[in-house]
Design a binder for this molecule. Structure first.
Ligand SMILES: *Cc1c(COP(=O)(O)O)cnc(C)c1O
Length: 415
């Protein structure tokens, strides 16, 4: 049978509206209308705001000039001139695309250069870059473990780790967030061929840091491997932003480190850092490597330039932490609940879903963009407005935001 339902009997194409009408009569997706309505009824339906111009500390969203507390552009690298220059140069020399998956079309010199640089930066034998932090996590966990294995995972781990666990078909044991007694109990009970303990380094919705030295100690005791997802620690924690392993001085003791190139590094991508044999195996078996095209030259070149900037300009990270301390202590002094945050991720915990969304909306009206976050990104009843300060914010930017928080917080009875 031919796919000719776009044509009228006389062979002329239907207008899009007439075509949509035809589709609607046999709408097999009507259940989505109900799902969408249900989200709206619960106040959980969000429309992404639209940015005009660059992703900066002050920028224009939905036509309004705001102090931006929503991006992961921790160091302002997303529009760094040296990285833009590197991306343009690589595009002019090498083109806009990379052709196909690496194991088929081959990899470029540039991809090898980035991986070598990252491996040196992280003090590990080898590194493999993925299309995103998401594919790095999901691709790695699902690749190295199988049905006979056990994964022991913190309850607040990122969705990409959870998806990787599910794809692996391994048994999944979830322990209460950063609870070392819970981890010990899970390890005690874990029976399987291979065991992996996996945790975020910095938790993305709470801004707390995993107790990695204790995790490593317990995992060793029970013969389990350790994987840390440093998405929010890359470029933020440790010397020159080397991550949580460097922060705790645990070099050589964490088997698998995942990092992202999409947040503080300012571009896009994820990487796995570890022993050569891990990388060799991922190249053979990780599905995002085998079945999805690798980065274009512009992305790769910009990431290479970013690592140089991290090494040469540690003052950017110092500024990020100064801003973090100032903003967090000021929010606390105003009476807001910032939870367990000790990093530039600073949640303002509200609880009620609608109220959190209302706080975000009213802040936006006051010229402050901080995203309201609710279930399923955080547990029900733990809704919040999440703020992220960057090295780019000036004291005036932060004071402006604090004034808006004070005004709206009082109005909503939060402080
Ligand atoms: C953002 C994030 C990822 C995904 O990284 P991308 O590069 O954006 O795909 C993975 N893990 C954690 C903890 C994250 O916060």
């Amino acid at each position: 049978m031919e796919h000719n339902n776009m044509l009228k009997n006389d062979g002329l194409p239907l207008t899009p509206a007439a075509w949509m009408l035809g589709v609607r009569q046999l709408d097999a997706l009507s259940f989505l209308d109900e799902e969408l309505q249900s989200l709206k009824d619960q106040g959980l339906y969000r429309v992404p705001r639209t940015l005009s111009g660059q992703q900066r500390a002050r920028c224009v969203f939905d036509g309004r000039s705001v102090v931006n507390l929503s991006s992961n552009n921790y160091l302002g690298l997303a529009s760094h001139p040296k990285m833009v220059e590197a991306a343009v140069k690589a595009t002019q020399e090498l083109g806009v695309g990379s052709g196909a998956v690496r194991t088929i079309a081959g990899q470029m010199d540039l991809h090898k250069q980035l991986e070598k640089k990252l491996a040196e930066f992280k003090h590990v034998e080898a590194c493999l870059v993925f299309q995103s932090g998401f594919t790095a996590n999901a691709g790695t966990v699902s690749c190295i473990l199988g049905r006979e294995d056990v994964i022991i995972s913190d309850e607040l781990n990122h969705a990409s780790i959870i998806d990787g666990c599910r794809l692996s078909r391994a048994q999944i044991k979830v322990y209460p967030h950063s609870d070392m007694d819970g981890l010990r109990q899970a390890l005690e009970e874990a029976e399987g061929r291979r065991k992996l303990v996996v945790t975020d380094g910095v938790f993305s919705m709470d801004g707390d840091i995993a107790p990695l030295p204790e995790v490593v100690k317990l995992a060793k005791e029970y013969g389990a491997a350790v994987m840390v997802d440093d998405a929010h620690a890359s470029g933020v924690l440790g010397r020159n932003g080397r991550g949580t392993v460097d922060h705790y001085d645990l070099h050589g003791q964490v088997d698998i480190q995942v990092g992202t190139l999409s947040k503080a590094v300012g571009v896009l991508g994820g990487y796995v850092a570890g022993p050569q044999k891990l990388i060799d195996y991922l190249v053979q078996r990780a599905r995002p490597v085998l079945f999805s095209t690798t980065h274009p030259p512009a992305v790769t070149a910009a990431c290479i330039a970013a690592i140089d900037i991290l090494i040469e300009h540690p003052e950017l990270i110092d500024k990020l932490w100064q801003n973090t301390e100032y903003f967090r202590s000021s929010l606390r002094n105003l009476g807001f609940d910032t939870g367990k945050s000790v990093t530039p991720i600073i949640p303002v915990i509200v609880g009620d879903e609608r109220k959190a969304m209302q706080l975000a909306d009213e802040l936006f009206a006051e010229g402050v963009f901080a995203q309201g976050i609710a279930y399923p990104t955080v547990p029900k009843g733990k809704a919040r407005v999440r703020t992220i300060v960057t090295a780019e914010h000036t004291t005036e930017d932060l004071d402006y935001a604090l004034q808006a928080f004070a005004k709206v917080g009082r109005k909503l009875g939060l402080i």
